[in-house]
Design a protein around this ligand. Structure first.
Ligand code: SF4
Length: 322
């Protein structure tokens, strides 16, 4: 599969009155067509800031891209003009969010919200736009598209609204779909249906998906590869098997231990002790040092360099977990 996104040494900092907040600090990864990449980490790990900044959706200032590149379709998204970014956003790279109501206008019928953008931004006639939208709604499992187009968002359940958002994203045949916690607000059965839907659409269209989540269970179910972030830094990346079965990184292990499993009965689910560090006060070392049970002197002095085995990359001073 061809590569669609190539990110190197990506650093995005917020310059605030309180100091410099290193929200994303040295991200490297590749994304291939047809692949699902899960980006996991706790709140504040930088996963959403990375994606929003990549699409030029965060105000500059206070945000500044300090270094790096993000090659997509023969251009660098870091240096692309606002006009270029406008033409990429929602077209070649589409995004769906956790709560569809933040993107859907409650006062407008679904039809208006799906058809008009195609007429205005893609110069489609009303008939052409109608046909495309109907096809997309059918593709996401909305069996009666005519009724859906005449309805208001509040007439749908959360799961159906998320299907509408996916349909909206598909109307432009994106090369990459960014899904930011797309199932967090849904109950488990609907979550499974939406993830299954994304997988089948991906199989049919060959689009790449970046799935942002704090839930390793979701990653295990649908992702091909996984990237673990903490405090703006890349801690580990590899295939889902690398992360779930071969990881030697203390943070990944702590995340895995705090993920519910069907095959293990637990009285209480362990949580990771402590809290994430203040990103404006990070030292030169590993930002997980205050919470890591294996911390040693060198962890406080320098951030580890990458240990690599083929596609598996891990950043930790520890050779092997005891
Ligand atoms: Fe823990 Fe040190 Fe590894 Fe960071 S580098 S995860 S503090 S052992």
């Amino acid at each position: 599969m061809g590569e669609v996104l190539h990110v190197r040494d990506y650093r995005a900092y917020f310059h605030t009155r309180r100091g410099i907040v290193k929200a994303v600090d040295g991200l490297n990864f590749n994304l291939s067509a047809g692949e699902t990449l899960g980006i996991v980490g706790e709140s504040g790990s930088g996963k959403s800031v990375f994606l929003l900044s990549l699409l030029g959706l965060l105000p500059k200032p206070p945000l500044r891209i300090e270094s790096g590149s993000a090659q997509f379709g023969g251009m660098d998204l870091v240096t692309a003009s606002e006009d270029t970014m406008r033409s990429i956003r929602g077209n070649k790279i589409a995004m769906i969010f956790q709560e569809p109501m933040t993107s859907l206008n409650p006062y407008l019928k679904i039809g208006t919200q799906l058809i008009e953008p195609l007429m205005i931004h893609r110069n489609k006639t009303k008939d052409e736009a109608f046909k495309i939208v109907k096809g997309s709604l059918l593709k996401v499992g909305i069996g009666d598209p005519d009724r859906a187009l005449n309805a208001y968002p509040h007439e749908f359940s959360g799961g159906m609204r998320q299907r509408v958002m996916i349909a909206m994203a598909l109307t432009t045949h994106p090369e990459i779909l960014i899904a930011d916690e797309p199932t967090t607000a849904l109950d488990v059965t609907v979550q499974a249906q939406i993830l299954e839907l994304l997988k089948s659409i991906q199989k049919e269209t060959g689009m790449a998906v970046i799935l942002v989540t704090h839930d390793l269970g979701v990653v295990a179910g649908v992702a091909d590869r996984c990237l673990v972030m903490y405090a703006g830094k890349l801690f580990e990346q590899g295939s889902v098997d690398d992360i779930f079965y071969r990881s030697q990184h203390p943070y990944t292990h702590a995340l895995l231990k705090s993920t519910p499993r069907l095959d293990k009965a637990l009285a209480a689910l362990p949580s990771i002790a402590g809290t994430a560090p203040d990103l404006s006060k990070l030292g030169p070392g590993c930002p997980f040092d205050a919470r890591c049970e294996y911390v040693k002197e060198e962890c406080r002095n320098s951030f580890p360099t990458a240990k690599r085995t083929e596609e598996h990359e891990s950043f930790c001073h520890l050779e092997k977990l005891p």
